[in-house]
Design a protein around this ligand. Structure first.
Ligand SMILES: Cc1cc2nc3c(=O)[nH]c(=O)nc-3n(C[C@H](O)[C@H](O)[C@H](O)COP(=O)(O)OP(=O)(O)OC[C@H]3O[C@@H](n4cnc5c(N)ncnc54)[C@H](O)[C@@H]3O)c2cc1C
Length: 462
């Protein structure tokens, strides 16, 4: 059975590998010169730099790893352990939850917080769904209203889902939190995030499939409400029995197929989906090692609401108040030349002028000021800086330059998540938008695993 796939992100290359591995004839088309979409890695002066991603939630135990297991092509991972992630909270290093006493919280908030953590731990998987329609902030306020606790959890929610705590679904958070606690295997693949999609693409080729880089697809061809193949920009038509789009649900409906091919209710539903937020990634190449930490979570405000106000009032703060800082070369020594260090400082920034001030040079400076708070002498050690803005991500992977895709907020998770099956025969969407209950790349890989279970026994006409 012939399958055409549009896009080589985790969802596209992942489903391609799974299908090629059981005998499907797979042909994949990617507009960029490198595979992987938002999981791509590029090289500059001996440094290996991930386009976007900084940490994978569960490595070999997660859904990206499960695809590698199923195709029998394991890769090497490195973990955020020894030392584990640490908060730099209001000027102090804090291990969470061990250092809760350092926050000097009132007794009622400490007991509330411990009660909340116990509730999450005791919850069975079958009970999680009932929390899908509740937002994280309302859930936490049932246990504590201390703004410091809210800032710490707000940071974690931002890190996982790149969405505000007052919108993110508790069901989605609890599921992911429990999985991370169970496996304790957050980290990165050796060689950068690209190692994962590259291995999936290798599996496609090993099984006789084809990968076309630098090949944008112009449209998905539909006849009599059936997808019959794809058309390239030079007019070439490539027929297939199944078409799978990894380009995101909105781009698939609006650009690749065309709105007129769908029922109006469906188009309205697709229009209503909200994206996650965007980030700016300041990639700092250093002449020498300045830290032994592997992952620092910088929080410089007790008041998230105030910060959101600043962002949306179009002012850029002098220092960014929430920055995640993976020290990539302490995780994977192959990411930087011998004796040098690579760190990435990623933080929220508007995706477009409607969301806030898009002077990304100023956002970069705000993030550098936050780094100076942690490492006062960092400027002496900087070799160069490469900054990836939401505009760069938009050009590279689409979806308005956001981090995740369709956001995991109340009303867009569980039974309300966009479906993989489109209302056109033989057409599917496989990407983070159609994934469920996971984080970033693992969300897209979950979509690939679930779509594979539906398609693996499909034969022509069935
Ligand atoms: C800055 C940033 C930081 C992130 N950090 C993390 C993190 O730490 N951990 C984590 O797990 N996740 C992280 N993510 C999220 C994660 O990268 C994404 O959720 C996930 O990779 C999306 O995968 P996808 O399968 O939806 O495809 P995408 O990565 O969106 O790829 C889609 C692919 O389709 C291609 N395409 C689109 N249209 C066409 C066309 N017409 N023809 C041919 N090709 C086309 C694109 O070029 C692209 O390669 C981050 C993302 C960003 C942007």
């Amino acid at each position: 059975m012939k399958v055409n796939i549009v896009g080589s992100g985790i969802g596209g290359s992942g489903i391609g590998a799974l299908l090629a591995n059981v005998g499907f004839d797979v042909e994949l088309f990617e507009k960029n010169s490198l595979p992987g979409g938002r999981f791509c890695t590029y090289e500059r002066e001996g440094f290996h730099i991930d386009v976007g991603c900084h940490i994978i939630a569960n490595c070999e135990n997660g859904t990206c790893g499960e695809i590698l297991n199923q195709i029998g092509m394991p890769i090497q991972w490195t973990y955020v352990r020894n030392p584990r992630p640490v908060f730099h909270f209001m000027g102090k290093f804090i291990n969470f939850p061990k250092d809760i006493p350092k926050l000097n919280l009132p007794n009622k908030d400490v007991s509330g917080l411990l009660k909340m953590l116990a509730t999450i731990n005791q919850l069975k998987e079958s009970e999680i769904e009932k929390y899908d329609d509740m937002d994280v902030r309302s859930f936490i306020s049932e246990y504590t209203t201390d703004p410091r606790v809210r800032s710490l959890f707000g940071f974690i929610i931002g890190l996982y889902f790149v969405a505000p705590d007052f919108q993110t679904s508790v069901g989605e958070w609890i599921y992911c939190q429990k999985e991370i606690q169970r496996f304790k295997s957050s980290g990165l693949p050796i060689g950068g995030t690209i190692s994962i999609p590259k291995t999936y693409c290798k599996c496609i080729e090993k099984n006789g499939g084809k990968i076309h880089l630098n090949t944008p697809v112009k449209k998905i061809v539909v006849e009599d409400n059936k997808a019959t193949g794809i058309e390239l920009h030079d007019g070439t038509f490539i027929p297939s029995d199944i078409v799978i789009s990894n380009a995101g649900i909105k781009a698939t409906v609006n650009q690749l197929v065309g709105r007129k091919y769908f029922p109006s209710d469906y188009v309205k539903l697709v229009d209503s989906y909200q994206y996650s937020l965007a980030t700016i990634m300041v990639k700092v190449a250093l002449k020498r090692k300045i830290t032994n930490e592997k992952f620092i979570m910088y929080v410089a405000s007790e008041n998230l609401e105030e910060f959101a106000d600043i962002m949306y009032k179009k002012e850029i703060p002098e220092k960014h108040v929430m920055v995640m800082i993976p020290i990539i070369s302490n995780l994977d020594p192959t990411a930087a030349p011998e004796g040098k260090q690579l760190l990435i400082a990623g933080a929220g920034a508007p995706a477009n002028p409607e969301q806030g001030n898009c002077n990304y040079k100023k956002w970069e400076e705000a993030i550098l000021n936050s780094l100076r708070d942690i490492f006062p002498d960092i400027d002496d050690a900087i070799l160069w800086i490469d900054t990836t803005t939401p505009m760069d991500i938009k050009k590279f992977a689409g979806e308005e330059g956001v981090v995740i895709g369709i956001s995991q907020i109340v009303g867009q998770v569980g039974k309300n998540r966009p479906k993989q099956e489109l209302p056109i025969e033989n057409l599917y969407c496989c990407c983070a938008d159609t994934g469920s209950r996971h984080i970033g790349g693992e969300l897209a890989a979950e979509s690939a695993l679930r779509l594979f279970s539906k398609l693996k026994n499909k034969t022509i006409g069935s």
